[in-house]
Design a protein around this ligand. Structure first.
Ligand code: NAD
Length: 469
């Protein structure tokens, strides 16, 4: 048997956690190798998650604009039609540009790439089984687990990849379903529900809780629910799904989603979007004794160390929100710590964004959390409807809400529903990372006329001195 190939760092998984860690590690002078079973680099996010969904959200939004709102701008278009094949080709092309980009970055940073399934086999040892069955043994000073997450399933619900599907298949349909039942009103359910609703499907979202977007500020979530209903999405909240049955043959198949104590909801397709779970299977964790926590995640300390020497884990595999930007920060900080630097991830300030229309974004504590924690706070709210730029672009739904400590004025949470909320939240994240007060934001120049002035006005509103309302 050939001697194992030696690297400083071997990373299993080339998603946003793994590939960013690889690049940062290479920048710091490590000899880095990445093991990835998919030909395309970039993981779930680039191949079948964040990026393709944003491509389809954009295309479907433009189609809807052309049909419904361009007339307000005096732009008259007749006979608007959606060419789904072209949208899907564009989606695939956007994905390819991104995954090819990672390949380029790997070459640029001299990162070795192994195609195949990676598995821990012993002391800092990883075996790679290539698609042709050949096995390459690797050893490294540091082994990083970055395999991300997989779709969580539901008792009584079997995915068949055709009628009852996960987000992966729902991104690639070549025809618009007449009706779609989405199970789960989280990020995926609302984003993909929006895409297919805009393209003409009748969409019903079935959610276990009595609200949508759990974890987000409940006032913002209520406003979002109202807007989504206006857009034509239907909701069954507080609904416990007990099973899904598929009847009929071939193209005539339909699925019936059974709900405890209610009439079932029937659809041509069912999208199951009830969360994701850490992708720990097949990694050899049991063989080498890597411990999991009580929620099935890889247990790590603040240096991302598992209980096995030389083995680390980052991203969706460990604690914290399952978000690409959080995984990226984990990867960067791990590599910097391995290089002796003292960087840290600010877990309390990971922003969350739903890329619906309007977008919904938040950072820090929700009003619900402050109330529950008995924290005295002041609240500033400002609506986009009172902002000149929002009126000019014709996107006036939503508002910015800033929550600040009643005594110190330190910003504790910012919650935005409105146009470009996902971009606007960046200012709040930066301000909070620097420990800003609402007064700091209020005293900061915001160019006129921009949507960002709504953030400034909300900061002024904390002190009851917003100008334009
Ligand atoms: P999620 O956790 O965002 O939402 C799942 C929803 O399903 C929740 O509202 C939950 O209450 C509901 N649910 C759970 N069990 C249910 C049941 N039995 N019946 C009905 N509803 C039930 O999960 P997701 O939308 O599947 O997304 C998966 C992961 O991907 C998340 O961790 C998310 O952070 C990430 N993601 C993020 C983005 C983004 O940042 N924009 C987009 C897509 C996915």
């Amino acid at each position: 048997m050939a001697a194992p190939v030696q690297h400083d760092v071997v990373i299993i998984g080339a998603g946003p956690g793994g590939y960013v860690a690889a690049i940062r590690g290479a920048q710091l002078g490590f000899d880095v190798a990445v093991v990835e079973r998919e030909v395309a680099l970039g993981g779930t996010c680039l191949r079948v998650g964040c990026i393709p969904s944003k491509a389809l959200l954009e295309s479907s939004h433009r189609y809807q604009e052309a049909k419904e709102t361009l007339g307000e701008h005096g732009v008259l278009v007749d006979g608007v039609r959606a060419d789904l094949a072209a949208m899907q080709a564009r989606r695939a092309n956007v994905v390819k540009q991104n995954t090819d980009g990672i390949e380029y970055l790997f070459k640029k940073n001299k990162i070795t790439r192994y195609l195949g399934d990676g598995k821990l086999t012993g002391d800092r040892a990883v075996s790679v089984t290539a698609p042709d069955g050949s096995v390459t043994e690797l050893v490294a000073e540091h082994v990083v687990l970055a395999t991300g997450s997989e779709v969580a399933t539901l008792k009584g619900v079997e995915l068949d990849d055709e009628v009852v599907v996960s987000s992966t298949e729902a991104l690639e349909w070549d025809a618009v379903p007449a009706s779609l039942v989405v199970i789960g009103a989280g990020y995926i359910g609302l984003e993909l529900g929006s895409v297919w609703s805009r393209l003409g499907a009748k969409v019903t979202v079935v959610e276990y809780l009595d609200r949508i977007l759990p974890g987000m500020d409940s006032e913002v979530a209520r406003e979002a629910l109202r807007v989504f209903k206006q857009q034509g999405l239907e909701f069954e909240l507080g609904a416990r799904v007990t099973g899904v049955s598929v009847t009929g043959k071939g193209a005539k198949r339909t699925a019936s989603v059974a709900i405890d104590g209610r009439e079932p909801v029937v659809g041509e397709k069912v999208l199951v979007a009830v969360g994701r779970r850490p992708a720990t299977s097949g990694l050899g964790l049991e063989d080498v004794g890597v411990a999991l926590d009580d929620r099935g995640r890889v247990a790590v300390d603040e240096d991302f160390r598992t209980n096995v020497a030389g083995v680390y884990a980052i991203g969706d595999l460990i604690h914290g929100p399952m978000l690409a930007h959080k995984a990226e920060e984990d990867g960067v900080v791990l590599m910097e710590r391995l290089a002796g630097q003292a960087s840290a991830v600010h877990y309390a300030l990971v922003p969350g964004v739903a890329y619906t229309e309007p977008e919904i974004a938040s950072v820090g504590q929700t009003e619900d959390q402050l109330k529950d924690g008995g924290v005295a706070y002041r609240k500033g709210v400002f609506p986009f409807s009172a902002n000149g730029r929002a009126r000019a672009i014709g996107s006036t739904q939503g508002r910015v809400k800033i929550l600040a400590d009643a005594t110190t004025d330190r910003v504790l949470g910012v919650h935005i529903i409105g146009p470009r909320a996902g971009d606007l939240i960046a200012e709040a994240v930066a301000a909070m990372t620097f420990g800003a007060s609402s007064e700091d934001i209020a005293r900061t120049f915001h160019a006129h006329p921009t949507l960002s002035e709504v953030v400034k006005e909300a900061a002024l509103a904390v002190d009851g001195r917003a100008i334009h309302i």
